[in-house]
Design a binder for this molecule. Structure first.
Ligand code: IMP
Length: 191
């Protein structure tokens, strides 16, 4: 693994948050350990089956890539893209489908792979979208869940980390479309 993560990152000037400081929140080793754990649980649950994992773009691409590399079962993947309206660092409002899945999921075991559940609007939307297609089963997996904010009337099956209500960046998650490539998760400093 590469050098230790810096304790702080400054948001690049090309973002409207340019110059603001982010602090290390969850280091890459801890993320990788959690991803391996989650993959082991999924491999056990879906042994002898062939689930279709649906990644929620854009934020989940890195989690998805790491997760599937740790699975030791047969699986397929697809992606769906959802837009949520709101300000850059809070996702209030409504959601809209930008790119639908291509696969036919009727009768399939579906695993939705989310990077982060904030208000829960996106996963609620996804659950309705999936139900329309009559899959055999649907579960939700998220790396992060903001437990103080999430308002859900169903359970997220597997949560990597329950986190407080802070805006986090890195490991696929962006601020203003920037910093998705960070291998660790960073958070804006609390004021
Ligand atoms: P929800 O619909 O409110 O649950 O929001 C989900 C989406 O908002 C995620 O898929 C992210 O794209 C975005 N989001 C929410 N919180 C954060 C954050 O802390 N960092 C980066 N993106 C976030």
């Amino acid at each position: 693994m590469a050098d230790a993560d810096p304790q702080e990152i400054t948001v690049p000037a090309s973002s409207r948050y340019g110059g603001q400081v982010l602090e290390l929140f969850i280091p890459q080793a801890k993320i990788q350990g959690k991803v391996a754990e989650m993959a082991a649980v999924l491999s056990e649950q879906y042994r002898e089956r062939c689930p279709i994992l649906i990644g929620v773009l854009n934020g989940s691409f890195m989690f998805m890539a790491d997760l599937v590399r740790q699975l030791d079962i047969d699986f397929e993947i697809d992606f769906i893209k959802i837009a949520s309206y709101g300000s850059e660092t809070s996702s209030t409002g409504t959601v809209r489908l930008l790119k639908d899945i291509s696969a036919d999921i009727t009768g399939r075991d579906v695993v939705i792979v989310e990077d982060i559940v904030d208000t829960g609007l996106t996963v609620k939307f996804l659950r309705n979208r999936m139900e329309e297609a009559a899959p055999a089963s649907v579960i939700f997996v998220t790396l992060l869940l903001k437990y103080e904010v999430a308002n859900l009337d169903f359970t997220i099956d597997y949560v990597g980390f329950n986190i407080p209500n802070r805006f986090v960046v890195g490991y696929g998650l962006d601020v203003d479309q920037k910093l998705r490539g960070l291998r660790s998760l960073y958070a804006f400093r609390e004021n």
